[in-house]
Design a protein around this ligand. Structure first.
Ligand SMILES: NC(=O)c1ccc[n+]([C@@H]2O[C@H](COP(=O)([O-])OP(=O)(O)OC[C@H]3O[C@@H](n4cnc5c(N)ncnc54)[C@H](OP(=O)(O)O)[C@@H]3O)[C@@H](O)[C@H]2O)c1
Length: 239
């Protein structure tokens, strides 16, 4: 059954979801597939063929090559990858817990990996009509909104991601004025990433509910929002 969503995108073309094995990524892939808008909807993750490993640029190139081979305009790239903490490590509560290897891991996956996705996918976005690159950031990556502290590596790597989005959006506007590059905050969502830190009292939503609201934001996006940092309702967040 097809759903009347994503109708603001021109009909046809390719949509891809990166990190499609994750809680939010799998739900967004299902939501985009439920739309009749795109000729092909593809999901990639660390066990797909080709596989996506953010710390291996060649894996990103292989996916970009597969997308190009479709010979159809690239309309939507949704990046749902990310890590809160490395293997066996908890997010830092104090500067005493800062660890160079863990920080490097957070930056590699949360900031540098998505920057390389921008390098290889922004040039493939169609020049005619709406095309979107959206990456999942997090409200805790906001510097202006940081009143609680803690989670140093996650916060800092998401702030770096936001700066990559903003910088790439400026270049994108020059080359593809109708295309849009944004960072999105999905809200608190019940996934493997958030589960160890779920606190009662927080508004925790299902991946399906989060995906429905994120897809609605994608549908409402216009070129005026290129370079934005928006929450799952489409409201701008402070940098
Ligand atoms: N859940 C929340 O409450 C929440 C709140 C704010 C922001 N976010 C953001 O939303 C995004 C998705 O989070 P989620 O909750 O859906 O988490 P998740 O279920 O843990 O999914 C994370 C995804 O990232 C992939 N990934 C991790 N390291 C990777 C690497 N080196 N190369 C390629 N892919 C890699 C995972 O692949 P594997 O399956 O192979 O591990 C998985 O597909 C993240 O950026 C997160 O920071 C989530």
């Amino acid at each position: 059954m097809t759903a009347e969503i994503l109708q603001s995108f021109p009909e046809g073309g390719v949509a891809i979801v990166l990190g499609a094995s994750g809680g939010i990524g799998a739900a967004v892939l299902a939501a985009v597939k439920a739309s009749d808008r795109f000729a092909a909807v593809l999901g990639y993750h660390r066990r797909s063929v080709p596989a996506l490993e953010l710390t291996d640029e060649a894996s990103i190139v292989a996916i970009a090559d597969q997308v190009k081979a479709f010979g159809q305009p690239l309309r939507l790239v949704f990046d749902a990858t990310g890590v809160l903490q490395g293997e066996g490590a908890a997010p830092e509560k104090s500067w005493r817990q800062l660890d160079a290897a863990q920080l490097a891991r957070a930056f590699a996956v949360n900031a540098i990996g998505p920057a390389l996705l921008m390098k290889h996918f922004l040039p493939l976005l169609d020049r005619d009509g709406k095309a979107v690159f959206a990456t999942l950031s997090a409200k805790v990556g906001s510097i202006g909104d940081n009143h609680l502290g803690g989670w140093y590596g996650y916060r800092a790597s998401k702030a770096a991601l936001n700066q990559f989005v903003r910088t790439a959006a400026v270049e994108l506007a020059r080359q593809r004025p109708k295309a849009i590059c944004v960072a999105l905050h999905p809200g608190t969502v019940d996934t493997g990433l958030s589960a160890p830190h779920a606190k009662t009292g927080l508004d925790v939503r299902t991946p399906e509910a989060a995906a429905a609201s994120l897809v609605a934001v994608l549908d409402r996006l216009s070129a005026a929002e290129n370079g934005g940092f928006l929450d799952y309702r489409g409201a701008p967040l402070p940098w």
